[in-house]
Design a protein around this ligand. Structure first.
Ligand SMILES: [Zn+2]
Length: 208
């Protein structure tokens, strides 16, 4: 079970985590988790490019290690990156020392002060450790692209119906999500662009 729109009752559980960017401007922050997966990530770059859209990619250290030459591509394409841990551990099931060590391990190849916990599952103790060095970046809109039970239209509606100025939206440039995500993304970008939205790459400064 998951929430498409993060409910207000969840947010106070992690007071230092960021759920959206404070702004009244029509700006959206699209984020793509779990890459790099070159075939999917390249296709994502192409779609974003065709709308002059920028985004932030939360990378998994293991995937960066498999594709070491890939890490320079994000900045080259005008996108930002964040740390999404090395092994994609579930914080609720992982002792704090092991969890933070895994994030530090990922930081050797992923240079960023943004961290997004895998599955959004992180304990308060883990937040306390990691917030010393990172902005903990959650989200307020989940596209649901990873959910095998939803179709492309549902994914489009999940995003288009729930964004507001400053929303942080989650997609996945993973193998599993690619079929729905790559079909939904151009439609979402087109509809929201027509509503006057711009798409920017999230940085630490946006979350201050
Ligand atoms: Zn993830």
């Amino acid at each position: 079970m998951y929430f498409v729109k993060t409910p207000h009752i969840v947010k106070p559980l992690y007071p230092s985590a960021k759920w959206r960017v404070e702004t009244n401007e029509k700006v959206l922050y699209f984020t793509f988790d779990d890459g790099p997966i070159p075939s999917v990530t390249d296709a994502t770059f192409e779609i974003l490019d065709s709308f002059s859209a920028k985004a932030c990619f939360f990378l998994i250290g293991e995937n960066v290690e498999r594709h070491p030459d890939y890490i320079t591509k994000y900045a080259q394409n005008g996108h930002s990156i964040g740390n999404h841990s090395f092994q994609h551990l579930n914080g609720w099931k992982t002792p704090t020392a092991e969890y933070t060590a895994d994030v530090v391990n990922a930081s050797k190849s992923i240079v960023s002060n943004l961290f997004r916990p895998p599955y959004g599952r992180i304990t308060r103790k883990q937040v306390k450790e990691l917030e010393l060095k990172y902005s903990i970046c959650m989200w307020d809109v989940l596209s649901g692209d990873f959910d095998p039970t939803i179709n492309v239209d549902r994914c489009i509606k999940n995003v288009v119906d729930h964004v507001e100025p400053g929303s942080i939206v989650v997609f996945h440039d993973s193998e599993k999500a690619s079929k729905v995500m790559l079909a939904a993304l151009p439609v979402i970008l087109n509809q929201l662009k027509n509503q006057g939205y711009q798409f920017k790459a999230l940085t630490e400064n946006d979350l201050l």
